[in-house]
Design a binder for this molecule. Sequence first.
Ligand code: MG
Length: 316
Amino acid sequence: MTKSNVISFKVSEETKKMMMDELDYCMRPTTPQYAVFQAKDGDTVITLYESGKVVFQGKDADLASDFWIETEKMHNKNLDVKNSKNETKDKLDKAIYIDPKIYYSSSIGSDEVGTGDYFGPIVVTASYVSKENIPFVEELGVKDSKKLTDDKILEIVPKLIKVIPYSSIVLSNKEYNTRYKDGNNMNALKAILHNKMLFDMKNKIKNYDYIVVDQFAKPFVYYNYLKKSTNVVRDITFMTKGEDKCLAVAAASIISRYLFLKEFDRISKEIGFNLPKGASNEVDKVAKQVVDKYGFDKLNDIAKLNFKNTEKIKEL
Ligand code: MG
């Protein structure tokens, strides 16, 4: 059994208004005490209190709250999100169901990396694994993409991409920072880039059975981010933990990681620092050294400025 998840944070007046509009269709007729409204969106119960606190409850609370967290972050950069989830318990509870119909099909899949790293680009890849290539891809070890070390990825991806068609995009930090400032949050950017790569692959590959996206937002939220995009790919099967359920997603994930590692290495060499991955205190320390050497503006070229790290570095 999966533990119910509770996520809560405070919203601004702007987000409050937006929530009332967007969730109007699933609002419950009665509300608990001190609540402005209560809505039931799929399996998630959303309650907004007069204090401005909003609470998401249910096993999909993560996904349901994602869009609103990103929205609120545009008004409040230092948003404090409380999450009741007990990670270890949750992992034990969640058995992954692999649908053989999808796993053994000819599929296009997409995945991204770099979204949790302060330094380095975001890379999104869509790849195509035909039925005939499944044994080859499994043999390389792509099946266990999450268990692969960076060294192993550097070894097998060159072999993989000789056989597997793919499309990748490496979004530089500079471009990321510009687009973020223009009002595209992380998930909006992801959606735009996934769609671009999927459209690319769809043009190259005509005989696929499924298009699988490693799900990072609910489908309606994903498509909402693409409102201004042209060539929107619509025949998508969204799957959480997609890299376990579809080899094309697993392949896309490690190709993305490969390109990320290459670019990360290039940036590190260029500036003469051994940049750490992730977004830890270690990252802040090295970033401070970079700032001391090159000035603060250098971060615009090598880091994702909207991360909390930026503020912390200023204080160092
Ligand atoms: Mg993913």
